[in-house]
Write a protein that binds this ligand. Structure first.
Ligand SMILES: [Zn+2]
Length: 179
Protein backbone atom coordinates (compact mmCIF):
# COMPACT_ATOMS: atom_id res chain seq x y z
CA UNK A 1 0.00 0.00 0.00
CA UNK A 2 2.96 2.27 0.72
CA UNK A 3 4.17 1.87 -2.88
CA UNK A 4 0.71 2.64 -4.23
CA UNK A 5 0.54 5.87 -2.22
CA UNK A 6 4.00 6.84 -3.48
CA UNK A 7 2.73 6.37 -7.04
CA UNK A 8 -0.35 8.49 -6.41
CA UNK A 9 1.78 11.31 -4.99
CA UNK A 10 4.16 11.19 -7.96
CA UNK A 11 1.25 11.06 -10.40
CA UNK A 12 -0.12 14.38 -9.18
CA UNK A 13 3.27 15.93 -9.91
CA UNK A 14 4.65 16.13 -6.40
CA UNK A 15 8.25 15.58 -5.35
CA UNK A 16 8.36 12.54 -3.10
CA UNK A 17 11.86 13.38 -1.92
CA UNK A 18 11.00 16.69 -0.29
CA UNK A 19 11.12 16.55 3.52
CA UNK A 20 7.39 16.98 4.10
CA UNK A 21 6.50 14.06 1.85
CA UNK A 22 9.32 11.63 2.41
CA UNK A 23 7.42 9.54 4.98
CA UNK A 24 3.94 10.31 3.70
CA UNK A 25 3.36 7.02 1.83
CA UNK A 26 4.15 5.12 5.03
CA UNK A 27 1.92 7.36 7.17
CA UNK A 28 -0.93 7.33 4.66
CA UNK A 29 -0.84 3.53 4.43
CA UNK A 30 -0.92 3.25 8.22
CA UNK A 31 -3.86 5.68 8.42
CA UNK A 32 -5.79 3.88 5.69
CA UNK A 33 -5.26 0.54 7.38
CA UNK A 34 -6.65 1.97 10.61
CA UNK A 35 -9.66 3.48 8.84
CA UNK A 36 -10.50 0.11 7.31
CA UNK A 37 -9.66 -2.14 10.26
CA UNK A 38 -13.32 -3.12 10.55
CA UNK A 39 -12.67 -5.79 7.90
CA UNK A 40 -10.39 -7.60 10.35
CA UNK A 41 -12.63 -7.44 13.39
CA UNK A 42 -14.64 -10.33 14.60
CA UNK A 43 -18.12 -9.74 16.01
CA UNK A 44 -17.66 -12.22 18.84
CA UNK A 45 -14.50 -10.44 19.95
CA UNK A 46 -16.17 -7.04 19.72
CA UNK A 47 -19.16 -8.15 21.80
CA UNK A 48 -16.93 -10.19 24.14
CA UNK A 49 -19.84 -11.84 25.96
CA UNK A 50 -21.12 -8.50 27.26
CA UNK A 51 -24.74 -9.70 27.19
CA UNK A 52 -26.51 -9.57 30.53
CA UNK A 53 -29.88 -10.99 31.66
CA UNK A 54 -32.52 -8.33 32.23
CA UNK A 55 -36.26 -8.17 32.90
CA UNK A 56 -36.48 -4.72 31.36
CA UNK A 57 -38.66 -4.28 28.32
CA UNK A 58 -38.08 -0.52 28.14
CA UNK A 59 -36.39 1.12 25.20
CA UNK A 60 -32.60 1.45 25.51
CA UNK A 61 -31.17 4.37 23.56
CA UNK A 62 -27.55 5.23 22.87
CA UNK A 63 -27.48 8.71 21.36
CA UNK A 64 -24.88 10.71 19.49
CA UNK A 65 -22.32 7.99 18.89
CA UNK A 66 -19.57 9.69 16.88
CA UNK A 67 -19.21 8.16 13.46
CA UNK A 68 -16.30 8.32 11.01
CA UNK A 69 -16.46 6.32 7.82
CA UNK A 70 -15.26 6.31 4.21
CA UNK A 71 -17.59 6.53 1.24
CA UNK A 72 -17.05 3.62 -1.09
CA UNK A 73 -17.51 5.76 -4.20
CA UNK A 74 -14.77 8.34 -3.59
CA UNK A 75 -12.78 7.01 -0.61
CA UNK A 76 -13.52 10.30 1.13
CA UNK A 77 -14.72 10.55 4.73
CA UNK A 78 -18.24 10.96 5.89
CA UNK A 79 -18.62 12.11 9.46
CA UNK A 80 -21.55 12.38 11.78
CA UNK A 81 -23.50 10.78 14.58
CA UNK A 82 -25.39 7.56 15.00
CA UNK A 83 -28.34 6.89 17.34
CA UNK A 84 -29.18 3.31 18.25
CA UNK A 85 -32.20 2.05 20.16
CA UNK A 86 -33.48 -1.39 21.00
CA UNK A 87 -36.18 -2.99 23.11
CA UNK A 88 -34.67 -5.93 25.00
CA UNK A 89 -36.20 -9.36 25.23
CA UNK A 90 -34.51 -10.96 28.23
CA UNK A 91 -31.00 -9.63 27.77
CA UNK A 92 -29.19 -6.32 27.38
CA UNK A 93 -25.91 -5.50 25.69
CA UNK A 94 -23.09 -3.54 27.39
CA UNK A 95 -23.46 0.06 26.20
CA UNK A 96 -19.89 0.48 24.98
CA UNK A 97 -20.41 -2.54 22.75
CA UNK A 98 -22.97 -0.69 20.67
CA UNK A 99 -20.40 2.00 19.95
CA UNK A 100 -17.87 -0.69 19.06
CA UNK A 101 -20.31 -2.33 16.65
CA UNK A 102 -20.82 1.07 14.99
CA UNK A 103 -17.03 1.46 14.62
CA UNK A 104 -16.60 -2.07 13.28
CA UNK A 105 -18.92 -1.34 10.35
CA UNK A 106 -17.92 2.33 9.94
CA UNK A 107 -14.26 1.40 9.47
CA UNK A 108 -14.94 -0.12 6.08
CA UNK A 109 -15.76 1.31 2.67
CA UNK A 110 -19.40 2.19 3.05
CA UNK A 111 -22.51 3.90 1.90
CA UNK A 112 -24.55 5.40 4.70
CA UNK A 113 -27.70 3.41 3.91
CA UNK A 114 -25.93 0.06 4.21
CA UNK A 115 -24.09 1.10 7.34
CA UNK A 116 -27.36 1.80 9.19
CA UNK A 117 -28.82 -1.52 8.07
CA UNK A 118 -25.73 -3.52 9.06
CA UNK A 119 -25.69 -1.97 12.54
CA UNK A 120 -29.43 -2.57 13.05
CA UNK A 121 -29.30 -6.20 11.87
CA UNK A 122 -26.26 -6.98 14.00
CA UNK A 123 -27.71 -5.49 17.19
CA UNK A 124 -30.92 -7.36 16.45
CA UNK A 125 -29.15 -10.71 15.94
CA UNK A 126 -26.90 -10.60 18.98
CA UNK A 127 -29.45 -9.25 21.48
CA UNK A 128 -32.56 -11.00 20.16
CA UNK A 129 -34.32 -7.68 20.80
CA UNK A 130 -37.95 -7.28 19.79
CA UNK A 131 -36.93 -4.22 17.80
CA UNK A 132 -33.91 -2.15 16.82
CA UNK A 133 -33.71 1.34 15.35
CA UNK A 134 -30.68 3.09 13.90
CA UNK A 135 -30.46 6.65 12.61
CA UNK A 136 -27.32 8.12 11.08
CA UNK A 137 -26.84 11.80 10.29
CA UNK A 138 -23.64 12.54 8.43
CA UNK A 139 -21.85 15.06 6.25
CA UNK A 140 -20.08 13.70 3.22
CA UNK A 141 -16.74 15.19 2.16
CA UNK A 142 -17.40 13.98 -1.40
CA UNK A 143 -20.31 16.46 -1.47
CA UNK A 144 -18.61 19.22 0.50
CA UNK A 145 -15.11 19.30 -1.01
CA UNK A 146 -15.91 18.32 -4.60
CA UNK A 147 -18.89 17.72 -6.89
CA UNK A 148 -21.78 19.90 -5.90
CA UNK A 149 -19.79 21.55 -3.06
CA UNK A 150 -22.76 21.81 -0.75
CA UNK A 151 -21.10 22.64 2.56
CA UNK A 152 -24.15 22.46 4.76
CA UNK A 153 -26.01 19.48 3.46
CA UNK A 154 -26.21 16.44 5.66
CA UNK A 155 -27.75 13.09 4.95
CA UNK A 156 -30.07 11.23 7.26
CA UNK A 157 -30.71 7.52 6.95
CA UNK A 158 -32.53 5.07 9.15
CA UNK A 159 -32.94 1.34 9.54
CA UNK A 160 -35.83 -0.12 11.56
CA UNK A 161 -36.17 -3.73 12.60
CA UNK A 162 -39.03 -5.52 14.43
CA UNK A 163 -41.44 -3.36 16.44
CA UNK A 164 -39.76 -0.15 15.27
CA UNK A 165 -40.86 -1.07 11.78
CA UNK A 166 -44.33 -2.37 12.60
CA UNK A 167 -45.40 -0.13 15.48
CA UNK A 168 -45.82 3.58 14.75
CA UNK A 169 -46.02 4.72 18.43
CA UNK A 170 -42.72 2.94 19.23
CA UNK A 171 -41.05 4.58 16.26
CA UNK A 172 -42.45 7.98 17.25
CA UNK A 173 -41.23 7.57 20.83
CA UNK A 174 -37.75 6.84 19.56
CA UNK A 175 -37.75 9.79 17.18
CA UNK A 176 -38.91 12.19 19.90
CA UNK A 177 -36.31 10.88 22.39
CA UNK A 178 -33.40 11.53 20.03
CA UNK A 179 -34.47 15.08 19.17
ZN1 LIG B 1 -18.77 9.69 -2.07
Amino acid sequence: MEEQYAKIIETIGEDLSRPGLIDTPKRAAKAFKFLTEGYHQDLDEVVNDALFPSDSSEMVIVKDIELYSLCEHHLLPFVGVCHVAYIPDGQVLGLSKIARIVDMYARRLQIQENLATQIANTVSEITGAIGVAVIIEAKHMCMMMRGVEKQNSSMKTSAMVGVFRTNQPTRSEFLSLIQ
